[in-house]
Design a protein around this ligand. Structure first.
Ligand code: ADP
Length: 255
């Protein structure tokens, strides 16, 4: 497998279950990352879930922006504590990197952030990136971590972005509405119509939907990088692809 430096993005839907953090799924993800590191991969994790993790501690109305930011502030620390505990099981260290969208507007900021991330990777640490929800103001907000993770993959020079979602692949139509939807194994081109489709977030915490994943894939393919969309509930497809080079599930976006 030619990939060396990869970004893995996990959505809040995957990390949350019945209003709490899905601990077993988080452990499976951490175990996969440990496995990838043993196979010479450098891994950057982009993790959502701060707002949902905060909501498990205090029930503030998430429709109010300041409440959402407060929940992110509470939940981010809690989320990191859980990641630290889980990575420690595998003798691994993780670190927190909070980014706002405007970091990517400045070459200077990008280069400083990239140096810091590369230093962490060189020292065997897993950087865990999230948007800095507590200070982001409307126009700076990425709105979802799909696009943030695509920027992370491109500007920090990763070979591949893996998006672990509540859906196991990209289909020719929404598989939750159409039982006869067919998986697309490899996608080389995304049409303007697909890029413009309306957002279809599938749960109350998800703000992305498939469209932001396609936009991310489009951006990365334009920059000659790959993206892989796979299930975050069952990690066997992504594991088979990255460890054994077997593509038996998920969608590879490659130009
Ligand atoms: P996550 O929170 O895991 O990042 P979302 O729930 O925001 O993901 O987006 C994935 C959802 O997008 C799926 O559950 C599915 O209902 C919907 N969707 C719409 N069209 C498609 C499609 N063509 N292929 C796959 N999923 C689709």
């Amino acid at each position: 497998m030619k990939y060396k430096k990869i970004v893995i993005k996990v959505g809040s839907h995957v990390l949350t279950q019945k209003g709490s953090v899905a601990k077993i799924r988080m452990l499976a993800l951490v175990q996969l990352i440990a496995h990838l590191k043993n196979n010479q991969y450098q891994v950057i994790l982009v993790s959502s879930g701060a707002v949902s993790a905060g909501y498990t501690k205090i029930k503030l109305d998430r429709n109010i922006l300041a409440n959402k930011q407060a929940l992110a502030s509470i939940g981010q620390a809690y989320l990191m504590k859980m990641y630290q505990e889980k990575f420690a099981i595998f003798d691994l260290m993780c670190s927190q990197v909070l980014l706002s969208a405007d970091v990517f507007d400045s070459q200077k900021h990008i280069s400083h952030a990239k140096d810091a991330i590369d230093t962490l990777l060189k020292n065997g640490v897993i950087p865990i990136i999230n948007e800095n929800d507590t200070v982001s103001v409307d126009e700076l907000v990425f709105g979802d971590n799909d696009r943030l993770s695509a920027h992370v993959a491109h500007y920090f020079d990763a070979d591949l972005l893996v998006i672990l979602s509540d859906i196991d692949a990209f289909y020719d139509k929404d598989p939750n509405k159409h039982p006869d939807a067919k998986r697309r194994a490899i996608v080389n081109h995304i049409t303007q119509e697909e890029l413009d489709a309306k957002h279809t977030p599938n749960n109350e915490f998800a703000t992305g939907g498939i469209v932001t994943k396609l936009q991310s894939a489009h951006f990365l393919m334009e920059n000659n990088r790959d993206m892989f969309l796979a299930s975050g509930f069952d990690l066997s497809n992504i594991k088979n692809y990255l460890i054994d080079g077997v593509h038996n599930g998920g969608t590879l976006f490659r130009k």
